[in-house]
Ligand binder design. Structure first.
Ligand code: B12
Ligand code: SF4
Ligand code: SF4
Length: 342
């Protein structure tokens, strides 16, 4: 065991204290296996204490070794989401975001609540992920706290925390770090949480103990592929955004077009490929109070939403649908009303 000072680091395990207090002040990279493991455990414990339901670690190797992302982009499956091709290099290589990246900490948190949307002529449906406070804000706070915690252990570490908007292939890391597998629906699925989870990552130059990648547990099931109304899956594990309802009613944000599919009643997002997934029998109710659904947002009144911009604004205030905007939400409501009349 290396020599170390232990003053001032109350509350941390002996191994980590020793690790962080090396008297020679040498860099973080190659530490003894025991200390690497202790540090990894310390980080995982903190992530759970911050409310994450699952945490795993992967080696920060190239993220798209089989060229899936590259082919998906080549085939135009990103539709008008130009940021996906603009940031393809960063998405496929974590060392583009953190110099000498060594590990990726993958995190997930359940947003599941059992409340189901109403199927009624006068109301639309909002996808579960968008019914509560904006998850970007809730999770960003947690990953920043986790980063700060790691910096108290290893002040010189480089750490890039990310949720959704950073150019990180989040599902790949969840699978590689052993917390989920990528299902045929392309959703990251956890055996104990189902699919209704948000993902986040921290890329770091710290050497941590990697976990084993998750195996695929979809088996012969094809429920998601069969249930998708616009047939957006060109094959298992491959989604063409040009056809996906969520692309059109959340991401598109331009006037709807002739090739816009029916929304199957959804004014924001779509949960059909998740509702039919058998693994959601194991969905665990979220313990994060900011993910409690807003009652008015589960099945909003279509006529009021389409006609009253103030109501629309109030409805989406503080949620992730603020990025979609009032105008698009009203257009979505009109689209759903017209398909209900058919
Ligand atoms: C762009 C995007 C979208 C697009 C495109 C979705 C897609 N499947 O690519 C649209 C707008 C359609 C979308 C929809 C939704 N999204 Co979205 N989206 C993203 C975003 C920003 C990037 C995803 C991406 O990289 N796509 C590129 C493709 C190639 O990657 P992939 O989907 O991960 O695919 C992997 C596999 O399918 C596999 N693969 C690809 N081709 C092939 C071929 C073969 C043969 C094989 C074996 C494998 C394989 O490799 C890929 C890379 O590992 C991520 C956030 C992020 N930074 O990662 C969120 C994210 C994926 N979205 C999320 C959510 C919640 C949703 C919705 C559920 C929202 C809703 N309810 O309406 C839907 C789900 C639709 C679906 N079935 O995917 C969550 C998913 C959480 C989870 N548990 O999986 C994420 C991770 C955001 C977050 N931080 O939580 N989304
Ligand atoms: S979100 Fe809806 S439209 Fe998109 S792939 Fe899933 S079922 Fe199909
Ligand atoms: S519905 Fe079936 S095939 Fe689709 S993701 Fe779930 S288990 Fe896999």
């Amino acid at each position: 065991m290396q020599s170390c000072r232990t003053a001032d680091y109350t509350g941390l395990s002996a191994a980590v204290k020793c690790f962080t207090q090396r008297v020679d002040g040498s860099r973080v990279g190659n530490v003894e296996k025991t200390t690497t493991k202790a540090l990894s455990e310390e980080i995982k414990a903190k992530a759970r204490a911050l409310g994450f339901d699952a945490v795993g670690i992967a080696k920060a190797e190239p993220a798209d070794p089989d060229g899936h992302l590259a082919r998906w982009l080549e085939r135009g499956f990103a539709a008008d989401m130009d940021y996906m091709s603009r940031t393809a290099n960063e998405r496929s290589d974590p060392s583009k975001l953190v110099e000498n990246a060594s590990s990726v900490i993958a995190l997930s948190i359940s947003y599941y609540h059992p409340e189901s949307e109403k199927e009624a002529p006068e109301t639309g449906k909002v996808s579960r992920y968008a019914r509560s406070d904006d998850y970007h804000k809730v999770i960003r706070k947690k990953i920043r706290k986790l980063r700060k915690f790691i910096l108290t252990l290893v002040p010189e570490a480089r750490i890039h925390p990310a949720v959704d908007t950073s150019p990180v292939l989040e599902r790949h890391w969840a699978e590689k770090a052993g917390i989920a597998w990528i299902g045929k629906s392309t959703m990251a699925i956890s055996q104990s949480l189902g699919t209704y989870t948000f993902l986040a990552t921290l890329i770091t130059d710290l050497e941590l103990t990697p976990d084993t990648a998750h195996v695929d547990r979809c088996g012969s099931c094809t429920a998601c592929l069969d249930a998708c109304p616009p047939k957006a899956f060109v094959a298992p594990y491959q989604l063409d955004s040009n056809k996906c309802i969520t692309y059109w009613n959340v991401e598109h944000r331009k006037p709807l077009q002739d090739n816009t599919p029916d929304f199957a009643g959804w004014v924001a997002g779509c949960d059909i490929c998740q509702e039919v997934c058998p693994w959601n029998k194991f969905a665990k109710a979220s313990t994060e109070e900011r993910f409690i659904p807003r009652p008015d947002l589960v099945s909003p009144d279509l006529l009021r939403l389409s006609q009253d911009p103030d109501y629309a604004e109030e409805l989406i205030k503080g949620t992730s649908l603020q990025r979609t905007g009032v105008e698009s939400m009203q257009a979505n409501a009109k689209h759903v009303m017209s398909e209900k009349k058919k």
